[in-house]
Design a protein around this ligand. Structure first.
Ligand code: PEP
Length: 257
C-alpha cells in the first residue's frame, strides 16, 4: 500500500445470504468497522439483498457494491441488470469480470470492456478482476495472461475515467482454496499490472489506480499483504461472510511500506 492511494477493502458475498442474513451481517459489521475512516469499505451482496442492506449502511461508512452488471442501459435482456438500476439501488461500486463469471458464464475480456465503459458512464466505481489459472501460472505465462486482460479490458478508457478504476488481482488458484499467493508474489504481479497501466495511460494515472489482491485473504495474512508497495486493498470472498473476520481484515495494520 502506498500513502498516495486510499486503501479499499471489498467483500464479495457471492451467492450467499438471504435478506435477513444480509441484514444481520451488516449490522454486526457496522459496529466493528465504525472507527476506520482512512480506508474505503465495500460490501457486495447478491442483487436480492441490496435493498435490505442499503438503509443499514446509511448509518455507517460502508459502501454498497454489486457483483455483476450488463453493459446496456435498458432493453430486452432477460435476467440482466443495468448500471442505472444499480445506481438506483444505492450501489457505488460493481465487480466486473470475476473469475467465476469468466469460468461459469463465459465472460470475456471484450465483455468486461463493454461493461467497464457503461459503468464509468453511469458513475459507478468498477472493480475489474484479472488473474491467471494454476496451469497458466505453472506454464510461466502469468504476465501474458494478466496483461491481455488489462489491455483488452481497459481498451479505449480515457485517463480521467481510468483513475476511478480499481483492479483486483485474483490468481484463480488462490480463490476459495485457502492457498494465498505469498505477499512477494502477489506484489510482483500487482507491480507488473501497474507497469502495464503506465504503458497504456502514463505514470500519474497508473499511480492513482488502486490494485487489490484477492484470493483467500484472511485475518492472519492481510497485514503482510497490505504492507506490500503495490497492493492497495483486498477483495475478500469467504472471509467477508463472517463479521469478525471481515472486521479484522478491514482493520489491517500495514507492517511495511
Ligand atoms: C473472491 O471471490 O473474489 C475471493 C477472493 O474469494 P476467497 O477470498 O474466498 O478466496
Amino acid at each position: 500500500m502506498h500513502s498516495k492511494r486510499k486503501p479499499v477493502i471489498a467483500g464479495n458475498w457471492k451467492m450467499f445470504n438471504t435478506t435477513s442474513e444480509a441484514a444481520t451481517l451488516v449490522n454486526e459489521l457496522s459496529s466493528l468497522v465504525a472507527r476506520f475512516n482512512d480506508r474505503e469499505i465495500v460490501v457486495c451482496p447478491p442483487f436480492t439483498a441490496l435493498a435490505a442492506v442499503r438503509p443499514i449502511l446509511d448509518e455507517t461508512g460502508i459502501k454498497l457494491g454489486a457483483q455483476n452488471v450488463h453493459w446496456e442501459e435498458k432493453g430486452a435482456f432477460t435476467g440482466e441488470i443495468s448500471p442505472a438500476m444499480l445506481k438506483d439501488a444505492g450501489c457505488d461500486y460493481v465487480i466486473l469480470g470475476h473469475s467465476e463469471r469468466r469460468q461459469f458464464f463465459a465472460e470475456t475480456d471484450e465483455n468486461v470492456n463493454r461493461k467497464l465503459k457503461s459503468v464509468l458512464k453511469a458513475g459507478l466505481i468498477p472493480i475489474v478482476c484479472v488473474g491467471e489459472s494454476l496451469s497458466e501460472r505453472e506454464a510461466g505465462i502469468t504476465s501474458t495472461v494478466v496483461s491481455r486482460q488489462i489491455k483488452i479490458g481497459l481498451d479505449g478508457i480515457d485517463a480521467e475515467s481510468a483513475k476511478k478504476i480499481i483492479i483486483a488481482y485474483e490468481p484463480i488458484w488462490a480463490i476459495g482454496t485457502g492457498r494465498t499467493a505469498s505477499a512477494a508474489d502477489a506484489n510482483a504481479v500487482c507491480a507488473f499490472i501497474r507497469l502495464t497501466l503506465t504503458g497504456m495511460l502514463g505514470t500519474p494515472v497508473a499511480d492513482a489506480i488502486r490494485i487489490q489482491y484477492g484470493g483467500s485473504v484472511k485475518p492472519d495474512n492481510v497485514d503482510e499483504l497490505m504492507g506490500s508497495s503495490d497492493i492497495d486493498g483486498a477483495l475478500v470472498g469467504g472471509a467477508s461472510l463472517k463479521a469478525d473476520d471481515f472486521g479484522r481484515i478491514v482493520g489491517f495494520t500495514a507492517t511495511s511500506k
